[in-house]
Design a binder for this molecule. Structure first.
Ligand code: RIB
Length: 306
């Protein structure tokens, strides 16, 4: 039986330009190409989990516009249940303006639009749906109060919660850490703890602090440095997988979704982190977010050859 995954989060239309370098204020650069690709951390994680064979319900909001229509059509085509997505006539669908440089690194400007209208009371209305999930995944492109309500519902209803702390949002209230797995990247972990994280030692200290505040375990995504797993039993560092990077957009989303799916399927956390590390690496080898999400077959094939 596929695991039942709920993703509470954002859906954005990503408007992506590939350039030689990301411009700074006042600078003009010429792009090599432009693409419009479905994105948004929540929707990306929903697609990534569906490609791993999970039964995925996406909970979010889009505007009553062409971008919203296209995002829903894509989620449906990926097999994601969008029955709980509200189409709101008052705000536009979220958008992300993304510039990707030659090395595959990206700079993003997010206009949240309808994502900001996903409120705690929207979750109260679907208490029974959340109760029926095996795992609930959230990120921070929706209001913090909504994420906090999701975390509280996960606790009350005994549903595992996996929280991706992106994008960096500063220091959250204490109840934010009441999660099964907290999975920030380096910048997000620094924002949560309120000090820079520049090396593995800093990441270990931050992970220990997050567990002290309530997280059952912590997995910090370190990009080219791999990932750090922290549990009450200890810490373990996983090296990065070697791939040819084309575009890093959505790599963290592929990681979070794989972590949530594999651990919920019953893999021990180190095994799930290994699979997540591969999923994140594979997502960087293709352009865009949702189209780049790897399938279960691709992850297993890569694991066999690594
Ligand atoms: O994590 C990548 C995502 O962040 C992009 O798809 C973009 O929409 C932003 O939400």
């Amino acid at each position: 039986m596929p695991v039942r995954v709920g993703v509470i989060g954002s859906a954005n239309m990503d408007l992506i330009a590939h350039t030689d370098l990301v411009p700074v204020a006042g600078q003009n650069v010429v792009g090599r190409d432009f693409r419009m690709v479905p994105g948004g951390k929540g929707a990306n994680q929903a697609v990534a989990a569906a490609r791993l064979g999970a039964h995925v319900t996406f909970i979010g909001k889009v505007g009553a516009d062409a971008f919203g229509e296209a995002l829903l059509a894509n989620l449906k085509a990926e097999g994601v249940d969008v029955g709980l997505v509200e189409i709101t006539p008052v705000v536009a669908t979220g958008t992300a303006l993304i510039v990707v440089d030659r090395s595959g690194q990206s700079a993003l400007t997010i206009c949240p639009g309808a994502n900001s209208n996903l409120l705690p009371e929207d979750l109260d209305e679907i208490n029974d749906v959340i109760e029926g999930l095996d795992v609930l995944i959230m990120q921070l492109e929706i209001p913090m109060e909504t994420v906090l309500r999701g975390i509280a519902m996960g606790r009350e209803l005994n549903v595992r919660t996996v929280v991706d702390a992106g994008p960096p949002r500063g220091q959250p209230p204490a109840e934010f850490f009441n999660v099964s797995i907290l999975s920030p990247n380096q910048a997000e972990a620094a924002a949560l703890i309120g000090r820079p994280i520049t090396n593995l030692g800093d990441a270990e200290a931050a992970a220990a602090e997050f567990m002290k505040r309530g997280a059952e375990s912590v997995v910090i995504k370190l990009g080219e440095q791999g990932a750090l797993m922290a549990t009450p039993q200890g810490m373990r560092h996983f090296g990065a997988q070697k791939v040819k990077v084309v575009d890093t957009t959505g790599a963290g989303d592929a990681f979070t979704a794989a972590l949530a799916v594999f651990v919920t399927e019953g893999l021990a956390l180190p095994g799930a982190v290994h699979m997540a590390n591969i999923a994140g690496a594979l997502a960087t080898t293709r352009p865009g977010a949702q189209p780049a999400m790897p399938t279960r077959k691709e992850i297993i094939a890569f694991k066999g050859h690594a």
